[in-house]
Design a protein around this ligand. Structure first.
Ligand code: GLU
Length: 469
């Protein structure tokens, strides 16, 4: 389907800073970014902050933090719509001059009344065109002391059709559309108008966004045509749903991207997960962002809504944790462990410990919890000790401790030595491994005991054993 675009690709991510960067937004950003990267184009970040009541600087920061965590670097921007007011006013003035927009003095009450009349007549409520200039039409007298809005002169007939790169051809009749207010009585421009002017000024060639914007697209297309701007291609991505098929919301757990690093997810897992959520490349499930950018050309976008699946994300996170450099894991796990009271003095090197434990965890937080056994004083439970440190095992453990003084401190030598001691005392491995785990770590579940011994080192093991033998 997709052939190389005729002109350099310019995409944008245009969030409204009214909360946090949610997963749907992050996926839109990822696709826009990857598409620009695929064609060596430009990815623009634009902050749509004209809703003064809902936009906050903290939300802008949350978007920037989320993008940064994911590594979705923009090439231009961030552009803030609030800083572009002069430009919007300029375009409004130009449209008034060219006759593609007009001043409308109908009061809000009058507009409401006309809508009410239409509703009562079973029609779609819309502005009735009272102030719309037409050849030969005489407009009403301008009411005193009333500030006008500016309305866009939407075409009365015909359709707006576009080939949506996700949904296929979409056609909306102009009869469905109102003469949109593009500037309020105080001169501030409105949403769809700003988006159209921005996409024009920023040379956007491809607009990828959530399908909650499908209804805005014909309005934006009409405005773009009226101002003589080229049309971008549009792609409307279906919603992300929770596992229960409902729109993803807080009820489903974390919906803010930045909750995920806090829970111990790696950005590459989130990126890989979001990339696959709404797009496919054969059976490929695990791929790097380099691969994704190489493959992502808008083919194979999924038309149906995607369901968020926490287990799959956790599985990917486990995959990337296993692949991650141990020092990087240590840097990520360290703050959690410090919070949990870890004591690193004279303790085994954290990267080595994490390398041993990373196979079976799904998150950095789980990894940090698991690693704590090397960084706190063991407090074996008395009842468990009585159960496992039996009179039959004590002599074997004593011999084991004695031989620990001289054995070569490698996993292999320790393992061989344990087997000899077990054989000499007619015991099975768990009979000695369980009390040993309890004494050395305070818990019964640990990674392989020979690895645990080896990592703790001779001095720690001898000192801990000596307290119980
Ligand atoms: N600001 C809009 C939003 O956050 C996106 C607009 C667009 O992509 O055109 O939903």
């Amino acid at each position: 389907m997709t052939t190389a675009p005729a002109k350099p690709v310019r995409t944008r991510f245009a969030p409204s800073p009214t909360g946090y960067l949610h997963l749907g937004g992050a996926r839109t950003a990822l696709y826009s970014w990857a598409f620009a990267r695929h064609f060596g184009g430009t990815f623009v970040l634009r902050i749509e902050d004209t809703d003064l009541e809902r936009s906050t600087p903290a939300a802008v920061q949350a978007i920037i933090d989320g993008m940064q965590w994911l590594g979705l670097n923009h090439d231009e921007g961030p552009f803030y719509q609030m800083q572009r007011m002069d430009r919007y006013r300029e375009v409004v003035a130009q449209m008034l001059e060219e006759g593609t927009a007009y001043l409308c003095y109908s009061s809000p009450d009058e507009v409401e009344a006309m809508r009410e009349r239409m509703r009562a007549a079973g029609e779609k409520p819309r502005y009735d065109g009272t102030w719309r200039p037409e050849p030969g039409k005489t407009l009403p007298a301008i009411p005193a002391d009333r500030k006008p809005v500016v309305r866009f002169k939407n075409p009365l007939d015909g359709d707006v059709t576009w080939d949506d790169v996700v949904k296929g051809t979409i056609t909306i009749s102009n009869k469905e559309m109102d003469d949109l207010v593009i500037a309020r009585p105080d001169g501030t421009p409105t949403y769809n108008f700003c988006v159209a002017v921005d996409d024009w000024d920023m040379g956007i060639t491809h607009v990828l966004r959530g399908d909650d914007h499908v209804n805005n697209t014909p309005r934006q297309i009409n405005i773009l045509r009226a101002i003589g701007a080229p049309l971008p291609l549009y792609g409307h991505l279906p919603m992300i749903l929770g596992a229960d098929g409902e729109k993803l919301s807080k009820r489903h757990g974390a919906v803010s991207v930045m909750d995920y690093p806090a829970q111990g997810y790696l950005p590459e897992a989130m990126l890989n997960y979001l990339a696959r959520l709404g797009w496919s490349h054969g059976d490929d499930e695990v791929f790097s962002m380099d691969q994704f950018c190489e493959w992502f050309n808008l083919d194979h976008l999924t038309r149906s809504a995607a369901q968020f699946n926490n287990e799959k994300l956790a599985w990917l996170n486990n995959h990337y944790i296993k692949q991650a450099d141990n020092q990087r894991l240590a840097d990520l796990a360290m703050p959690h462990m410090v919070d949990d009271g870890a004591n690193f003095d004279g303790a085994p090197a954290l990267p080595v410990v994490l390398g041993l434990m990373k196979e079976r965890v799904n998150t950095i937080n789980e990894l940090a919890d698991a690693a704590m056994l090397f960084y706190r004083e063991p407090k074996p439970d008395a009842a468990l000790l009585t159960q496992h440190l039996t009179d039959a095992v004590k002599p074997a453990l004593a011999q084991f401790a004695e031989r620990c003084k001289t054995v070569e401190w490698t996993k292999e030598a320790l393992s061989a030595m344990m087997k000899e001691v077990l054989a000499a005392h007619g015991l099975k491995m768990p009979q000695m491994a369980m009390p040993l785990r309890l004494i050395v770590t305070g818990q019964l579940q640990t990674p392989a005991i020979d690895s645990v011994l080896q990592i703790f080192g001779r001095d720690v093991i001898l000192s801990r054993l000596s307290k119980f033998l």
